[in-house]
Design a protein around this ligand. Structure first.
Ligand code: DP6
Length: 388
């Protein structure tokens, strides 16, 4: 007999102060605090359904339709912690079937582990009636996942306790605080297999000479300053710190033994273009940040989006704007017809055009945290217990 069923969604987050390095590999405790913006789920989200039944003989997990090994350590850590804090369902012998899908291609190289583990933990917590903070349970799945528990701008306090109970996510401001904040993701064409974040940060923590100063001085100062910038909606400071922290993170990777390089020529071209554009404009109009891969994530105020999008369209033209630009369709005419000011004309010279460097351009906003969906959105067929 089916005892309970729930379907939820959770967002992706993109850090502006990067988490890189652990002080405990098992329960995932970081060497530094970090801070991110939550991306809107209209564009990027994970959806997860969990069904608990007395008829199931084992826990099962399906990701994008494919059965995964639920006995993997991180899944087990999450399940055990949830069940140890359950206030519902534990009086009945049962197992759960879990199905999870992303509304964005995993091949795009956009972080899916954050939204994935967040959605798993949020859904499990609803089903088992777990009370209090659950971000620390998401953290057991993947560190950055704890920050997807909330919308808006979210910090992950590194904490000091050995059991990790103070290493939790805290909302700095909800999405309604700075509705003007837009995000453009330039999905870069790249086939190279990257070093995973988990491996990369372990190597950096062990070998990069930059780590000590970064964790002891640079990040604590930046956390304080960027939080203040968010509270004051001061984009100049926010953008400046965001780019500096991204640059430093990639410098940490480059000073790791053996060195790790996540950026490619396209990424570096984008960085350079953004610096030239900001300089000519006389202010920080947009700010890039790069995770453990070549994709650029650009934070910018709404008023600059047409200019910035037209700039990228010019340098990285696509065949069909309808599929190449994944954002509000009503923006397309103004992007296509945009005429740069004289001041910016030098950025539009014809030799700087790269075809096929980007897969597509995604335009989104800062958005809300996890949501509970209705029964009709379930991903699992109750009669078979399998993904629909
Ligand atoms: C570069 O959270 O994927 O995106 O905790 O080992 O699962 P694990 O690592 P993960 O690392 C994310 C690293 C980053 C920076 C960030 O999101 O803060």
């Amino acid at each position: 007999m089916v005892l309970a069923s729930i379907t939820c969604t959770a967002p992706v987050n993109i850090a502006v102060i990067k988490y890189w390095g652990k002080r405990d590999e098992n329960i995932i405790l970081p060497l530094n605090s970090s801070l991110s913006g939550t991306l809107h789920q209209d564009d990027l989200k994970t959806t997860t359904t969990i069904v608990a039944s007395e008829d199931y003989t084992e826990d099962e997990l399906y990701l994008n339709g494919k059965k995964e090994d639920i006995n993997a350590v991180r899944y087990q850590n999450v399940l055990k912690m949830i069940r140890s804090r359950a206030t519902k369902l534990m009086d009945k012998k049962h197992c759960v079937h879990i199905a999870s899908i992303n509304n964005f291609p995993t091949a795009a190289g956009l972080a899916s582990s954050a939204s994935g583990y967040c959605c798993l933990v949020f859904s499990l917590a609803q089903m088992y009636g777990v009370e209090g903070d659950i971000s620390a349970i998401a953290r057991l799945g993947s560190g950055s996942a704890c920050r997807s528990m909330y919308g808006g701008f979210v910090k992950w306090e590194m904490g000091v306790k050995e059991d990790g109970s103070d290493s939790i996510a805290i909302q700095v401001q909800p999405e309604s605080h700075w509705p003007d904040m837009n995000i453009i993701v330039l999905v870069v064409n790249d086939k190279k297999k990257e070093t995973s974040s988990t491996d990369g940060m372990q190597k950096s923590a062990a070998t990069s000479v930059m780590m000590k100063e970064r964790c002891a001085v640079t990040v604590p100062n930046r956390m304080r300053d960027i939080e203040e910038a968010i509270n004051k909606k001061d984009f100049q400071t926010f953008g400046d710190i965001t780019m500096k922290d991204s640059d430093d993170f990639h410098e940490v990777c480059a000073t790791t033994t053996p060195p790790i390089y996540y950026l490619n020529d396209t990424s570096r071209y984008i960085m350079n273009l953004i610096h030239r554009y900001n300089k000519l404009s006389g202010s920080v109009k947009c700010a890039y940040t790069f995770d453990a891969g070549p994709n650029a994530c650009i934070y910018l105020p709404a008023e600059n989006t047409t200019e910035v999008l037209s700039l990228f369209m010019k340098h990285f033209p696509g065949d069909n704007i309808q599929t190449y630009y994944r954002g509000p369709k009503e923006n397309i005419p103004s992007i296509e017809n945009f005429k740069p000011s004289e001041k910016l004309a030098s950025l539009y010279t014809p030799e700087t055009t790269f075809v096929n460097s980007l897969k597509y351009i995604l335009h989104t906003k800062v958005g809300p945290g996890p949501q509970i969906l209705s029964e009709s959105e379930s991903l699992i067929d109750i009669t078979t217990g399998l993904p629909k």
